[in-house]
Design a protein around this ligand. Structure first.
Ligand SMILES: Nc1nc2c(ncn2[C@@H]2O[C@H](COP(=O)(O)OP(=O)(O)OP(=O)(O)O)[C@@H](O)[C@H]2O)c(=O)[nH]1
Ligand SMILES: [Mg+2]
Length: 266
């Protein structure tokens, strides 16, 4: 059984930085994880890249060969990944052990998990290969400055949840940039009633019914965010243990330790 995190979220939300901090944290903890780059447009990395989609195809090549723009180029590359799951990706997976822990640093284009089934098919493939997979959705805390933006972030996360049908952890990234943490409490444990009155206050009266439905949906879909401050090891550890819990990482290890407990027969 392998373990995997699929790190997703809007462009610039901090996915690659999260991957690199997670890698460092795990090194400190003497724990092995492997970060795989799935962003064909990525240029530099602060983590050791264990496998790289750019070895299959890069956005620059796709744009040049097919005369595509950056977004079209990216979509084409991801389709190439999908077409090569049984050969290129298979060979890459062969480099890992069966119970390895992989973290996939994904591109930020929102279309990838709203419009096309590429990531969904990628996840299905991982599941067939016996991986327990968790979606890790990052949203930039700087983005959540008012209720409308918060709802928009929830909707983006929600569509990823529906599309991928995976255990799902939502992270509010870049907490070191938040001056007044109290301002965010409001969004960390949202109350539909409060969100609704705030939305109604900011918007014209004809939106009242829509606002009511949206706030109910946010509450109903149970989208909630965990704040992450990468300066704090304890914050990284907290997020990591939540994700580990979702994919049952460590449970087998516990069994193994218990199996070999010399005092067990006492
Ligand atoms: N202060 C602060 N800046 C951050 C943090 N995480 C990311 N950044 C900055 O935010 C910018 C985007 O970070 P990335 O990690 O490249 O974001 P990404 O989601 O991988 O972006 P794309 O791959 O383009 O979608 C960079 O300038 C980072 O230095 C954080 O926790 N704190
Ligand atoms: Mg990135």
């Amino acid at each position: 059984m392998g373990y995997a995190q699929l790190v997703i979220g809007p462009a610039g939300s901090g996915k690659s930085t999260y991957c690199s901090s997670l890698h460092q944290h795990c090194e400190t903890m003497r724990r092995t994880i492997h970060i795989v780059n799935l962003d064909p447009a990525a240029e530099h990395f602060d983590y050791p890249v264990a496998a790289d989609i750019r070895e299959l195809i890069s956005v620059d090549d796709a744009m040049e060969d097919l005369n595509l723009g950056p977004n079209g180029g990216l979509m084409y590359c991801m389709e190439q990944l999908e077409d090569n799951l049984d050969d290129w990706f298979e060979e890459e997976l062969d480099n890992f052990l069966d119970d390895d822990y992989l973290v996939f640093d994904c591109p930020g284009q929102i279309e990838l998990f709203t419009h096309v089934p590429v990531l969904r098919n990628f996840v299905e493939h991982l599941k067939r290969k016996n991986f327990n997979v968790c979606a890790v959705f990052l949203l930039d805390s700087q983005f959540i400055t008012d209720v409308a933006k918060y709802i928009s972030g929830c909707m983006a996360s929600h569509s990823a949840m529906i599309q991928l049908e995976l255990p799902h952890v939502n992270i509010l990234s870049k907490m070191d940039l938040v001056k007044n943490k109290k301002d965010l409490d409001y969004y960390l444990e949202p109350e539909a009633r409060v969100l609704l009155s705030e939305l109604n206050r900011n918007m014209a009266p004809q939106y009242a019914k829509l606002n009511k439905v949206l706030t109910k949906l946010v509450k109903f879909s149970m989208v909630n965010f965990v704040p992450l401050d990468l300066r704090k090891e304890s914050s990284i550890q907290y997020v990591l243990s939540m994700i580990d819990n979702c994919i049952q990482y460590g449970e087998d290890a516990d069994v193994k330790i218990r199996d070999f407990d010399p005092d067990a027969d006492d």
